[in-house]
Design a protein around this ligand. Structure first.
Ligand SMILES: [Zn+2]
Length: 606
């Protein structure tokens, strides 16, 4: 059946118990004893996850079916006894992680990333391999199909059966969905693009396909061409509450909420715009990070952390263009784009962590900090996606300014694609800074020193002047006010700050999930995890806490009762006004010059 040296078979053997069974036959194993290894992390999600912990059985046999000894060398590495014939290993994987990063199987569908299920044949990672994807046995699975961008050797798409990959790196870069899914198809530059929806939904697939087609086309035109793909697949798992995406070389896995998707003949919602932003983000990664990639990722060492300071470029620039592509595609209006930008600015400027950690440090330490956020995250770390996207915006405008609007960040991206990504040359640290400097014709090092390697705030207004936008700000006290919108300011009647904490509901009262630096709650000694049950001896809940506190005057001293470790504690909270603004939005400058209007049209391609 298989003429390659390595052949995997994956069977959803017990969907009700969330078990995939994998067999791997190696025709020419290492004669002194073949080793097998599973990755500890998945590219695009920078955290050690030790996928091998889900392998619950592992055995090996020779070509006559005799058992071979297997010993474990480390948490993710198996050693099979020396054998000169072909060997077959068999193991089970427990798949019960409903995320885009691992594997999930039940009686309704199956999903896996190769990095969670296929062990690498050590020493033969560069070899071609075949994979047989099997259907679960039983009548109830009769209608199941397979969706993946892995190259199929079957006569049609979406069938169970034989697939193949050029090497191990490719094998684990095509996630696979199986089940009864809905499908939409469109073409970009004559390449088939599919969107696959698993889970209960009422989405209007023609609208989804029409919008995605325009976004994908905008990006293909931006780079001048599609990368070397034969198909592209948006694998989408629809759930009640969820959000996530992971990029791959010719597909992406997405997790979204039912309410994010468009309904037939209904107006476009904010949630849907955010979902399109997510699709746009992952699609942009097909160039930026899957092919234009940092040196540290070529090749990936999936056994341990690999370090780069460049994630601001791979995630931040991607985040900048994911929304810009929506307005350039005319999927959203410029006003809707400014609202999105205002929210990002609000998110960045609200976090005190931006004064303590540089974006380069956040990128380097992502393994233990950004990907392992605790209650102190807003105080202690900076988000390299959000601040990275503002650095990208500032860099874009810096280049436009310096070149009299003849060049932009778009040109940097095209150089990165043509001179590096397309030629499979990885990007050394600091190379992007040099390329940008070359394009403007003078060194931009002080720009990068300020915003990338130190914690200076970006002078955003000086850049927005160029396109006739005013950055406005105000002090908001509403937990739900994420910024971006002038109307919220007008409705914001409260005149003093509340607790300076993020509040979630709890069965007992109002729980503090995050307590911000130097705010009223922190000054009074309240901590994340405390459950506030009463203010001035009156019971409160999450719903009533904000209102009750706002009914007191500035300078009032409140008696706050809260549980910590089940102990009832009393705190004196002094209601201080913060003079700091914390919420931002963009307004069109009515007095903007003609030149600014031209610059704006150039930027948004309107
Ligand atoms: Zn990303």
């Amino acid at each position: 059946m298989s003429n390659h040296n390595i052949h995997y078979t994956i069977t959803p053997s017990h969907p009700e118990a969330h078990i995939f069974t994998i067999r791997c036959t190696v025709k020419n194993p290492e004669p002194t004893g073949q080793q097998f290894q599973l990755p500890s992390w998945i590219p695009g999600s920078y955290m050690i996850r030790d996928f091998a912990k889900n392998i619950i059985r592992f055995k090996a046999t020779d070509n006559k079916g005799n058992n071979l000894d297997v010993s474990k060398r480390n948490k993710s590495l198996w050693q099979v006894q020396a054998c000169t014939t072909a060997i077959t290993i068999e193991y089970d994987v427990y798949a019960w992680d409903l995320s885009v990063r691992s594997a999930h199987l039940d009686t309704t569908h199956g999903f896996f990333n190769g990095s969670s299920v296929f062990v690498e044949v050590v020493g033969q990672a560069d070899k071609k391999c075949n994979v047989t994807i099997k259907k679960p046995s039983g009548k109830q699975y009769k209608k199941w199909r397979v969706a993946t961008s892995l190259e199929t050797l079957e006569s049609e798409l979406y069938l169970f059966g034989l697939y193949q990959a050029e090497n191990y790196d490719e094998l684990i870069d095509h996630p696979v969905e199986m089940g009864e899914f809905d499908l939409g198809t469109f073409n970009v530059n004559n390449i088939q693009h599919d969107i696959v929806l698993t889970g209960k939904h009422r989405a209007d697939i023609p609208t989804l396909c029409a919008d995605l087609k325009i976004i994908c086309q905008t990006q293909a035109d931006f780079f001048g061409e599609l990368p070397d793909i034969t198909r592209y697949v948006f694998l989408t798992m629809v759930v009640g509450e969820g959000y996530g995406g992971l990029e791959h070389r010719s597909s992406t896995s997405l997790l979204c909420s039912r309410n994010d998707l468009p309904l037939k003949d209904q107006p476009q919602t904010n949630e849907y715009r955010n979902f399109l932003g997510l699709c746009s983000h992952e699609y942009f990664h097909t160039w930026n990070v899957k092919r234009i990639k940092p040196e540290a990722f070529q090749p990936y060492n999936l056994n341990k952390e690999v370090y780069t300071e460049q994630l601001w470029a791979f995630e931040g620039i991607t985040s900048y263009y994911d929304e810009l592509a929506l307005v350039r595609s005319k999927i959203i209006t410029p006003l809707q784009y400014y609202e999105m930008l205002g929210k990002t600015i609000t998110r960045v400027l609200r976090g005190n962590g931006r004064n303590k950690q540089t974006v380069a440090e956040s990128s380097f330490d992502t393994w233990t900090r950004f990907y392992q956020q605790d209650e102190s995250a807003p105080n202690n770390i900076v988000n390299y996606y959000a601040k990275g996207s503002l650095i990208a915006l500032a860099l874009d405008f810096e280049i436009r300014k310096a070149t009299d609007n003849t060049k932009s960040l778009d040109d940097v991206m095209r150089v990165l694609w043509q001179d590096y990504g397309m030629k499979k040359i990885a990007i050394p640290e600091k190379k992007i800074e040099q390329i940008a400097s070359n394009i403007v014709g003078h060194s931009l090092q002080s720009f990068f020193n300020d915003y990338l390697y130190s914690v200076k705030d970006i002078p955003l207004q000086s850049y927005f002047d160029l396109v006739g936008l005013n950055l406005k700000s105000y002090l908001s006290h509403s937990v739900d006010d994420m910024g971006g919108n002038k109307n919220k300011e007008e409705n914001n009647t409260a005149s003093f700050t509340i607790l300076d904490a993020r509040i979630v509901s709890s069965t007992l009262g109002a729980k503090l999930s995050h307590v911000y630096d130097n705010g009223n709650a922190q000054t009074a000694g309240l901590s994340a995890g405390d459950i506030i049950i009463a203010v001035d001896n009156v019971k409160v809940t999450k719903a009533t806490l904000e209102k009750i506190i706002q009914s007191y005057c500035i300078g009032s001293i409140l008696l706050v009762h809260a549980f910590r470790r089940d102990e009832l504690m009393a705190f004196k909270v002094i209601l201080k006004t913060s003079n700091d603004v914390n919420t931002y939005y963009l307004e069109i400058d009515a007095a903007a010059t003609n030149e600014a209007m031209i610059n704006k049209n150039n930027w948004l391609k309107t």
